[in-house]
Write a protein that binds this ligand. Sequence first.
Ligand code: NZQ
Ligand code: ZN
Length: 389
Amino acid sequence: MKDFTYYTPTRYLFGRGVEAKTGELTRWMGVKKVLIVYGGGSVIRSGLLDRVKLSLDNEGIEYLEMGGIQPNPVDTPVYDGIKICRDNNIDGLLAVGGGSAIDTAKAIACGVPYEGDFWDFYAGKKIVEEAMPLGVVLTIPAAGSEGSGNSVITKLDGLHKISLRTESALRPKFAIMNPELTFTLPPYQTASGISDMMAHIFERYFSNTPEVEITDRVAEGVLKAIIAEAPRVMAEPENYEARANIMWSGTLAHNGICGTGRQEDWVSHFMEHEISAVYGVTHGAGLAVMFPAWMTFMAQNHPVKVAQFARRVFDIVEADDTIAALKGIEVLKRFYTSIGLPVTFAQLGVENPDIDLLVAKLHENKGETIGGYYRLTAKETSEIYRLAL
Ligand code: NZQ
Ligand code: ZN
C-alpha cells in the first residue's frame, strides 16, 4: 500500500427534508450573500429552488441566482458568474443540482479571488490556493462532485473538456442529500448516474499497487451494492430506500475512499470526456460504452485486475485471467443494457465517430502516453475507441 493523505472536509446532511437546513448550513460556512447556481429548470419545476430560497430567507441570507447551466458545462457562464460575484459582494456559492451546476459553481468559486483567467487552473498553469466557500443541494447521484475536489469544464474554444483536481480547495463545505429529490430523474439519467459512479470506482480499482486488500474490498462492496440496487431503482423510481442506497454510493464512489493507498487510472474518463465534449452525450452513458472497450483491451494485454473484478464482483469461476476478464465484461455489458444504457458508439447515438479527432484531442489534452494501470499510446487509445464501435 502506498502512503496517502485522506482529507474530505465535507459535512453531509442526508435524509428526507434536509434541504430545509440549507440556510442554516450556509450561515455555518460563514456566508452572508450567496450566488445560487442551477441547471436547465428541473429544480424550478420540482419546487426545490423555492424551498431553498425560503430556507435562506429564514436565516436572513441574501442571494442572487444564475440558472441555465447545461449538462457538460462550458466556460461562458463561469465568466458571467465571476462578474456577478465581484459586482455584488457575494461571498459564497450554492449549487442546486448535479455535477454540471456544482462544477460551474466550483469554477466560479476559484475564479473570483484570482486575478487572471480562471481557465489557468484547468490548463494546469496555476494551482488553486484560494476559493470561495461552496455548498451543494444534490439532485442527481452521478458525478460525485458533492464529495470531490474536482470540477470538469469545457472550454468552448476548441471544445477542451478538462478535469481540474484539487485535494480540498474545491471540496464543498456541505452537501445536502435528500433521496426524495431524485424521484423525478428520467430513467436515462438515473442509469447514466449509476454507470458514472461505477466508473469512478473502476478508475481507482484498476491499479497495479499491491497489498491494497482493504481498498479493493471497499470498492468491490460498493460496486456490488450498486449492481444490486440498480434494478430496484429503475423499476421503482420512488422507492426511497433504493434511491438512498444509490445516492450514498455515488458519493462513496468518488470521495476518494476507494482510491486510498494506490495509484489510479482514469484513462476511460479522459477518453469519454473527449466524446461528451465533441458529441454532447451524457457522461455516464459514454462511460458505459468506453469501459467495456477499455477492459477488453486490458483482457488481452494486462488482464489481472479485470479478472479479479470478474471473479469477485460477478462471481465468475474461471482460472485463466483473460477468459475470466472477458466473461466479466460480457456480464457488465448485459448489466448496462438491462438498465437501458448503450454499450457501443452507435447505441450512444454517435454513428460515425471521428476517432482520429478524439485521439488527437485526447493526447493533446493529456499527453503522449496516458494511464496508471497500463500506459497507452495514441495507437492503443485509437484501438480502444474502435473496440467501442
Ligand atoms: O439541468 P436540469 O434541468 O437540472 O436537468 C438535469 C440535466 O438535464 C437533470 N436532472 C438533475 N437532477 C434532476 C434532473 N431531472 C429531474 N429531476 C432531478 N432531480 O439531469 C441532467 C444531468 O444533470 P447534470 O448536472 O449534468 O448531471 P451529472 O451529475 O451527471 O453531471 C455531469 C457532469 O459532471 C462531470 C461530467 O463530465 C459532466 O460534465 N463530472 C464531474 C466530476 C467531478 N466534478 O468530480 C466527475 C465526473 O467524472 C464527471 O466527469
Ligand atoms: Zn465520471
